[in-house]
Design a protein around this ligand. Structure first.
Ligand code: MTE
Ligand code: MO
Length: 374
């Protein structure tokens, strides 16, 4: 069994898949902390966790087929150390809501396929600049993990070379998560962090980096993690027609209360509501709007936690928000809706119907949670 050596996981995680292991924390646990503790950070593995001996660990950097240099962890640690706070979100986060609109293929994630951590490592741009890599010579940079499928093919993904070389894009070769060695499930001993970009490109257990004219040949770059029109189905889909998802659109979710929960209305006629919001590409969350009456009246949530150190246009952490939401006490049940707005005034679509896609990615319609009032 290639899964015999898997790490021990926290009991609190809700398991969406055992082999490979895929799990997310319950929504109220998710918004307890601005920095997600490693124990409750969602896990999305596509293959068995590779078991690594740090002594023998080696990272290879190649230009197309030709090896340029190999590094051990100590070599990576010699580069200037950077720490950033960045959320990682799976392209399929909130897929269960899109799947409720119309059946689709994919793990049924609730709102927990996102976590916010601090990541420490070397900037990929520093490493590449050190080797004299020029943007004109390549188009993409590919990453391979040490996790391999039964035929020996590793997990892989790529990002544009311009992003990798841009010091302001903060792409890291990270060796620490929340100030400690990265846990086995999250990429020990080295992981690529591409802030603001879909989880799939944040390659864990990276041991090979390839400068190339081409995107990663991996199925996860070529035939997965892409978006399509709602009218594209499995009979007519052509994955070549859509670009690989990179930077993610703005999203938000209500984490407390949860669906079908019974809530006591406070004397002032409100109920407490809280959740998270996030946008890709370094865009900051500037506002979160919440309604209890299908949009007749919108209430502005308080943004209770944001990264105080984020620079303009480099806002990679999530935002936690909360408010006491005025509700109609006469009603037995209400539906709470949330939408977030980012610094480019992008906001979320109202329903899943018109953004539905066959693989259930980019599920960023308003989050709607029905609760009972008591
Ligand atoms: N890297 C490797 N090597 N193998 C993987 O299966 N999964 C990707 C990405 N990096 C994956 C990987 C996907 S799809 C996501 S959403 C994130 O890792 C999940 O990161 P996490 O498990 O640390 O939350
Ligand atoms: Mo993912």
């Amino acid at each position: 069994d290639p899964y015999a050596l898997e790490p021990v996981r926290n009991q609190m995680l809700h398991i969406n898949g055992k082999k490979p292991f895929c799990a997310e924390p319950p929504p109220p646990v998710l918004v307890k902390n601005f920095i997600t503790p490693k124990e409750v950070f969602y896990v999305r593995n596509h293959l068995p966790v590779p078991y690594i001996d740090e002594e023998n660990y080696e990272l290879e950097l190649a230009a197309e087929e030709k090896t340029m240099k190999t590094f051990n962890i100590e070599d990576i640690k010699k580069y200037p150390q950077h720490t950033i706070t960045s959320a990682i979100m799976c392209g399929g986060n909130r897929r269960s809501e899109m799947g409720a609109e119309k059946p689709l293929k994919g793990l049924s994630w609730n709102v927990g396929a996102i976590g916010n951590a601090s990541w420490t490592g070397a900037k990929l741009s520093d490493v590449l600049r050190d080797l004299g890599v020029k943007e004109e010579d390549y188009s993409h940079i590919q990453f391979e993990g040490m996790d391999i499928d039964p035929s020996g093919v590793p997990y892989g993904a790529s990002i544009p070379i311009s992003k990798a070389l841009d010091p302001r894009a903060d792409v890291l070769l990270a060796y620490e998560m929340n100030g400690e060695d990265i846990p086995l499930d999250h990429g020990y001993p080295l992981r690529v962090i591409v802030p603001g970009v879909v989880g799939a490109r944040n390659v864990k257990w990276v041991n090979r980096i390839i400068l190339s004219k081409n995107e990663s040949p991996s199925q996860f770059q070529q035939n997965d993690y892409k978006g399509f029109s709602p009218s594209i189905n499995w009979d007519n889909v052509d994955f070549k027609t859509a670009p690989a998802i990179q930077e993610m659109p703005v999203t938000s979710a209500i984490c407390c209360p949860q669906k079908d929960e019974k809530i006591t209305v406070a004397k002032d006629g409100t109920i407490p509501v809280k959740g998270y919001a996030w946008s890709g590409g370094g865009k900051k969350i500037i506002r979160v709007d919440v309604t209890a009456d299908q949009g007749e009246t919108w209430h502005i949530a308080e943004l209770v936690a944001q990264d105080p150190d984020a620079k303009e246009g480099r806002h990679y952490a999530w935002t936690l928000w909360s408010l006491n939401l005025p509700v109609d006490k006469m009603k037995k049940s209400i539906e709470i809706w949330v939408k977030a707005v980012d610094s480019q005034y992008n906001t979320q679509p109202e329903s899943f119907k018109n953004i539905w896609n066959l693989r259930g990615f980019l599920c960023n319609a308003y989050h709607k949670v029905k609760v009972n009032l008591g």
